[in-house]
Design a protein around this ligand. Sequence first.
Ligand code: ADP
Ligand code: MG
Length: 371
Amino acid sequence: MDYAPGSPLGAAAHERFFIECDTHGRILWMNDRARARLGRLESLLEALPPSDLSALFKLLDPEPIAPWPAMASSLQAPLESGGIPVQLVRLIGFGGRVIISAEVRMRAADTLPAQDNLFRTLLGLQSKVVQNYFRLREAQRKLDIQLGRKPRSLGVVLSEALEMERTRLARELHSGTGQTLAGIKMNLELIESQLSNPPAVVTSGLRRLHALADEAVAEIRSVSQRLYPPDWKKLTLRQALESLWNTTGIPENFRSQLDIRLSDSYLPDAIRFTAYRAVQEGLSNVLRHSSATEVKLLVQEQIGQIHIALVDNGTGFDEQDVFRGASNSLTRGIGLRALREELFALNGQFNIISGPGGTRMEITLPTTENE
Ligand SMILES: Nc1ncnc2c1ncn2[C@@H]1O[C@H](COP(=O)(O)OP(=O)(O)O)[C@@H](O)[C@H]1O
Ligand SMILES: [Mg+2]
């Protein structure tokens, strides 16, 4: 869908923008959707000066912030006449970065405003979310004092918020898009049953539609299962990793070695979720990018720490490039960088060594929340 300011959309749309900013509100990365709507990054930056988030932060937060705390917040923006139909904005910050996700739900009759209005509105929402976050954090701090509670580590808050977000997305995909597709399939069958003696071209067209709808249903199912594998939160980390290893089809498709040495004692949710998600991201990279024939996963627990090593013998990549500054950030993926920030927020360590012989991802996590 091309961006056409001032023209009605013609069909209801639901889009999700992801925009990654630094502390100054400078945009480092956007997803394709955001780029399609907001235009090229360079022209945006020329059109508008970046908002100075760091000034805003000083204003809102009495303590100097260095390094930036992890945070997650969300805001429901009402549909204003003349404004853009942004419905929900979430903001997740860690290290020196903020990732903003905005959901734009448009009705067929909505008209898109001019490009810089769209951008201005997003920036306005962005600072509202930030203010919202600080108000909540202040309230939480006061509550913690009243309850005499040790404040929770921000990394723990972040990883729990991420987990909630994944669950919500999985549910929306499954019951929203999944149900819509099921509806499409049912209506196809209805049409088929009403046609007596359809021409061959219609029959083959319907068959193709069926196949495409089946494919889409399968894709949705696989994405939502990846986001929220059934019952995984009830499993121990060992069980969850074994199940992930098998359902991803590693033993059938690779020469593989799985070595898990965990005591099965209690692990805080944030640590368990993050360890699981780290392996999931690593395995999905092996499957999608590595062309490897061998995969090894070693997980072991040693005095207060979990060590994870995922090794493949694939083509490797330039790991520096993935983590380098903003110069070519538009082309980079977000999986490893987000993972690294998530691990750092929990006082974990992250290391990737990659080259023509393959890739080795190493992770260390403390087994308690507040270390
Ligand atoms: N195990 C791997 N083998 C080869 N290349 C990899 C591997 N893991 C990551 N990469 C490369 O690093 C890039 C960034 O990975 P990631 O941050 O997970 O983003 P994404 O998977 O969405 O592309 C990938 O696009 C790929 O080129
Ligand atoms: Mg990835």
